[in-house]
Write a protein that binds this ligand. Structure first.
Ligand code: BES
Ligand code: ZN
Length: 638
């Protein structure tokens, strides 16, 4: 898999040159923004880059360690005397070249959230480097679960979460989304377990626990992934299947039975699915995200197992990343909206194709509600700059700046472009964009240049410079925003209004038999979000008696209802609130619930009591956010 130096270096230099091209009349584009830089890596790709990884690893569940060797093929500019990788909390035992000759190396001073540079001196002829290392038991990307924290409670479980810059805590790597490499791996897990990666995967366990993996398409480090435990597989379509703990497998296969249909819908929109196989693994409940788009194998939370396929837009989202993100990748985390905004747009289009326009419009209205809430919140906190699509995360943990804005403001910006040019032109443009930029990274400025040339100039349309300034380089929600309309939600609004006006819920339900029977979970979510802000406990009880929100098996409904439980001190909901917080580790649910609790003194006490119990179940990604919110000290026992 060795690539000739000159070709790769040329490619890098071309990318730098392209990234530095001035963008026509873009006044806010300064020199610093134009550099092809990533503030969150120590790598110096203009000198030397990794191109292929051979990873050989032993997973030690007893000590919560991975002992591994990472051998890279590298590609270097003439005269480059060193290659720099990122490491975070890794114990490096040795570094050699491909022939086992030692190479000298230094691990630089550790910096907050970035870790350290691993600088390896290169000899004139070095074309491979081989690093032997051990991870730290507290490695940020890794979550080691005891059997008790899994569904069947029989075997331990391990999973990784590398995005945005956590890969370096389990693999010494150039951890920048602009640097791609292929990989092969051999992974040893205890017999009886299955191991999976973001690669060509096994479907059944073998006796000795040794598994081999291949990812022959180049990917950035944030898409490196590993999961190991008592895992089974069930096929759901020709190219699609689900992995889960055996007791969860049947429910997972039912919930995600429509995956193949989604892949077909996505291909019709933006071209052939480029990764051969699309599988999904349902992880234990402590997985900190809804989903993570690891190539060939989406990682997902079990909180989307609603039993009625109502939360599968998450699958559409992670699948959409197979194009937006995994194929055309944000060059650095300031351009995160190129990954997530495109993906929400694409997700919406898949949902519309599979479930119809009125269904997709409900999702769009919910997305607008989320966006407005986030903008209000960030603006109130004096963080208006974080409401621009193009971010400046220099000196910050990228995780702090990556929020709803990239997703939903990004979505509405792209929807606006679609509305302006018409769907036909816009779709043809996107298809070409994904084809021509496949396996490359993209900056906001290069995207604008591409858009100007291939969408606007190509069809003699005026370049909407003012829109770029408002949406990409300006704060808040521009007046030009599209307005999603949902008739189905209008009906929900009428019911909320009647209830708030005094009509008993029982009467409304019997009048509108459609209420309980025909509403989707999105309608219920809209209903709960629009309940009055000053309900009495009696009113909440009346709702609960009929609608049983406190006991909902749908995590979105439960999470939205629990905000009211806290705000209105609705005591009958407390036990289930606690159960939910202790069992589910999805940050999107935890943050609003703990956030609501800390608004009062009594709530803060409750939050800290529950957190002490729940914290051992949470991944670093969640505790990193929540520790700060709750003023949790490292030495507090949990
Ligand atoms: N790539 C993200 C998850 C992510 C973002 C991890 C930033 C680390 C840093 C993933 O595609 C995602 O957006 N997940 C969402 C679900 C989606 C339906 C909006 C989530 O986890 O809630
Ligand atoms: Zn996403």
């Amino acid at each position: 898999m060795y690539q000739p130096i000159s070709r790769v270096v040329l490619l890098i230099l071309t990318s730098i040159a392209l990234a530095c091209q001035p963008v026509a009349e873009n006044k806010k584009t300064t020199d610093t923004e134009m550099k092809f830089t990533d503030h969150h890596t120590f790598a110096r790709p203009e000198e030397a880059v990794i191109t292929h990884l051979e990873w050989d690893a032993v997973i030690d569940f007893d000590h919560h360690l991975i002992k591994a060797t990472a051998a890279y093929n590298i590609s270097r500019a003439t005269g480059a005397a060193a290659i720099v990788l990122d490491v975070n909390n890794l114990a490096i035992t040795s570094v050699t070249d491909g022939r086992d000759n030692p190479l000298s190396f230094t691990v630089g001073e550790e910096q907050p959230f970035l870790g350290s540079p691993l600088t390896i001196a290169l000899e004139d002829t070095t074309s491979q480097i081989k690093i032997t290392y051990t991870t730290h038991p507290e490695a940020a990307a890794l979550q080691w679960l005891s059997p008790k924290q899994t569904a069947a409670e029989t075997m331990p479980f391990l999973f990784t979460q590398s995005q945005a810059i956590l890969c370096r805590s389990w693999l010494p790597v150039q951890d920048s989304p602009g640097i791609r490499f292929t990989y092969r791996a051999r992974v040893q897990v205890p017999p009886g377990m299955l191991a999976l990666m973001s690669a060509e995967n096994p479907q059944i366990k073998n006796a000795d626990g040794e598994y081999h993996f291949a990812m022959d398409q180049p990917i950035p480090a944030y898409l490196m992934a590993l999961a190991a435990g008592d895992i089974g597989y069930k096929q759901v379509g020709p190219r699609t299947g689900v992995y889960a703990e055996p007791t969860v497998l049947k429910a997972a296969a039912y919930e995600f039975a429509e995956m193949e249909e989604m892949v077909i819908a996505a291909e019709k929109l933006y071209g052939p699915y480029p990764w051969e196989v699309y599988d999904l693994i349902v992880l234990p409940p402590s997985f900190p995200f809804g989903g993570m788009e690891n190539p060939r194998l989406t990682f997902a939370t079990p909180t989307i197992l609603a039993g009625d396929r109502s939360l599968t837009s998450l699958v559409a989202h992670e699948l959409a990343h197979s194009w937006s993100g995994n194929l055309v990748t944000n060059a650095n985390w300031d351009d995160f909206w190129l990954n997530e905004g495109f993906t929400v747009y694409f997700e919406q289009r898949i949902m519309e194709a599979v479930y119809g326009r009125d269904y997709a419009e409900m999702l769009a209205v919910l997305s607008m509600q989320d966006l407005q809430a986030t903008i209000a919140d960030l603006t109130a906190k004096g963080q208006a700059a974080d409401t621009h699509l193009k971010l400046n995360l220099q000196g910050r943990d990228p995780d702090d700046g990556m929020n709803d804005i990239a997703y939903n403001k990004g979505y509405f910006f792209l929807r606006l472009l679609e509305e302006k040019t018409g769907r036909e032109l816009f779709d043809a443009f996107l298809k070409k964009y994904f084809r021509e930029n496949a396996f490359k990274s993209m900056t906001t400025e290069r995207f604008i240049a591409y858009l100007n040339e291939h969408l606007f100039a190509a069809h003699n349309l005026p370049v909407p410079e003012d829109l770029y300034q408002q949406w990409i380089y300006g704060p808040g929600l521009p007046d030009s925003h599209p307005v999603p309309v949902s008739d189905r939600f209008d009906k929900v609004d009428a019911v909320v209004k009647a209830w708030a006006g005094g009509t008993p819920i029982g009467q409304l339900i019997s009048q509108e038999d459609l209420l309980t029977k025909k509403w989707s979970s999105h309608e219920w979510l809209h209903f709960i979000r629009h309940l009055p802000q000053n309900m009495t406990a009696g009113q909440m009880q009346a709702l609960d008696d009929y609608l049983r929100f406190t006991y909902s098996g749908n995590s979105e409904i439960l999470a939205a209802w629990m905000v009211h439980v806290i705000r209105h001190e609705y005591k009958p909901g407390y036990a289930n609130l606690e159960n939910f917080l202790v069992s589910a580790g999805r940050r999107k649910f935890l943050v609003p619930l703990y956030g609501e609790m800390v608004k009062t003194e009594a709530g803060k006490q409750m939050a800290r009591r529950i957190y002490a119990k729940a914290r051992p179940n949470y991944h670093f990604v969640a505790t990193n956010t929540l520790d700060e919110m709750l003023g949790w000290q490292e030495n507090e026992t949990s």
